[in-house]
Design a protein around this ligand. Structure first.
Ligand code: PMT
Length: 414
């Protein structure tokens, strides 16, 4: 399905990466028209961009032909992608300023707009930028979140332009999946749990929440009504998602138990602590020079208890954090937990699993199929998981306010 994509490039050092994005989109058969801000021109070779796309790179709001360039470009584009989107440009968009060609196009268009921010971490998390982003999201503009890693300053942090694959997948999801999950109610758990030892210490794990938040965002962008229940994570809830925050496994158990009956599909992505401290201390433990032994008791297995509550109208997806991926053991785990799908990651491998932007997942199904979903950015894997649920799972075709909706088993795609 070839589309006319307007690629807006703004003044960020990541602007040169926009040419890789343009190349990938062209390879997929899309027509790419670049519009750049004046500052963006400092960061990428204009002539290369014109050769890559086969179109002039437009910068100026006014030209001598008498045409109204911003209106023409806005109405001739099926989708507008701003990549990289600088803090300054996001602020202009939020305010509705139109003092250059790109910002005027953003105000004139009726097409979907996606923004892929790229900036230093402190800028990305600055309250002004957060507030502006919130405004944009509330207007239906979609964010392709930045990745974590080395930044232009040499520091490590969040603010790297999303990878070309992640951008491509976000665009595909807008083009192909708009509203295909409308009426589906999805419950996602994400992040770690913290089990208190005393008021200042806890037992936790390295889950960042990225996998679960990516799933919640992907479901919401397909039109689903999403509830995200998250343990402590340094992430912003995706727009339009109902958000519940929990700390411990028992709090998660309570929230999931309450929410589960009114949802159609549940993704149990949270890294739940298997043990908690038997008797957490009421006051802070002081050093006394002696060995300190903690007694631990098992936490409830939330996925297993949800599978016992599950009706035939609901679909339950579990994850498995393993250090060895043995298909036989994974299928045993799927059956033991009573899930409809299990997604396993090898958390001993560097660069995937906990905290990283990338993951590699193996999908197990009750009929004994074990299928690799490959290694991709978590945002890309989230889309692949939803495609797999569409293919092997069930989707509701009716929604009521109180009961899980009736499901129509869809014929497998592909
Ligand atoms: O958050 P990120 O940094 O993006 O990392 C993603 C991830 C590695 C956390 C994620 O991909 C993942 O693997 N999540 C599941 C982690 C886990 O708890 O795996 P497990 O094998 O211990 O548990 C199996 C399943 O049972 C999971 O769905 C888990 O949510 C659930 N469980 C586990 C223990 C427990 N007491 N109750 C549960 O419901």
């Amino acid at each position: 399905m070839s589309k006319r994509i307007l690629l807006g490039i703004t003044g960020s050092i990541a602007a040169y990466k926009a040419l890789d994005i343009a190349r990938l989109l062209r390879q997929d058969g899309h027509d790419v028209q670049i519009v750049a801000t004046r500052n963006a021109l400092r960061f990428f070779p204009r002539l290369n961009a014109e050769i890559f796309t086969g179109h002039p790179v437009y910068v100026d709001l006014f030209d001598s032909s008498g045409s109204v360039r911003h209106v023409e470009l806005a109405s001739h584009s099926d989708l507008i992608l701003i990549a990289p989107a600088s803090a300054d440009f996001l602020s202009k968009m939020a305010l509705g300023l139109a003092d250059d060609l790109l910002s005027a196009i953003c105000l004139s268009t009726n097409s979907p707009i996606l923004v892929a921010p790229a900036m230093e971490e402190n800028m990305y998390f600055h309250p002004a930028v957060r507030e502006n982003m919130k405004t944009l999201l509330s207007r239906g503009i979609r964010e392709i979140p930045p990745e974590t890693g080395p930044l232009a300053s040499g520091k490590d942090g969040t603010g790297r332009l999303a990878s070309p694959d992640a951008v491509k997948s976000a665009i595909l999801s807008v083009i192909e999946h708009t509203q295909t999950w409308k009426g589906v109610r999805v419950l996602v758990s994400a992040g770690p749990t913290h089990e208190p030892i005393d008021p200042v210490r806890f037992i936790g794990n390295r889950s960042s929440g990225k996998m679960g938040y990516a799933l919640a965002a992907a479901c919401a962008s397909r039109g689903a009504a999403v509830t995200l229940v998250s343990g402590p994570a340094n992430l912003l809830p995706p727009p339009g998602v109902t958000f519940r925050s929990i700390t411990s496994a028992r709090e998660l158990e309570m929230e999931m138990g309450k929410a589960f009956p009114s949802h159609d599909i549940c993704f149990m992505t949270a890294a739940v602590a298997d043990y908690r401290v038997k008797d957490p201390l009421a006051g802070k433990k002081k050093k006394d020079g002696k060995v300190w032994t903690l007694a631990l008791v098992e936490n409830p297995d939330i996925l297993s208890s949800l599978s016992r509550m599950k009706t035939s109208q609901q679909y339950l997806v579990g994850f498995a954090a393993e250090t060895v991926l043995d298909p036989k053991k994974l299928l045993e785990k799927l059956r033991k937990k009573g899930a409809d799908m299990l997604l396993a990651n090898d958390v001993s491998q560097p660069g995937i699993g906990f905290s990283s932007d990338t993951n590699e997942l193996t999908m197990c199904l009750p009929d004994g199929q074990v299928i690799s979903l490959g290694r991709h950015p978590k945002t890309v894997l989230a889309e692949k998981i939803l495609d797999a649920v569409e293919k092997w799972g069930t989707l509701p075709n009716l929604v009521s306010d109180h009961e899980p909706s009736a499901h129509a088993r869809r014929p497998p795609r592909g």
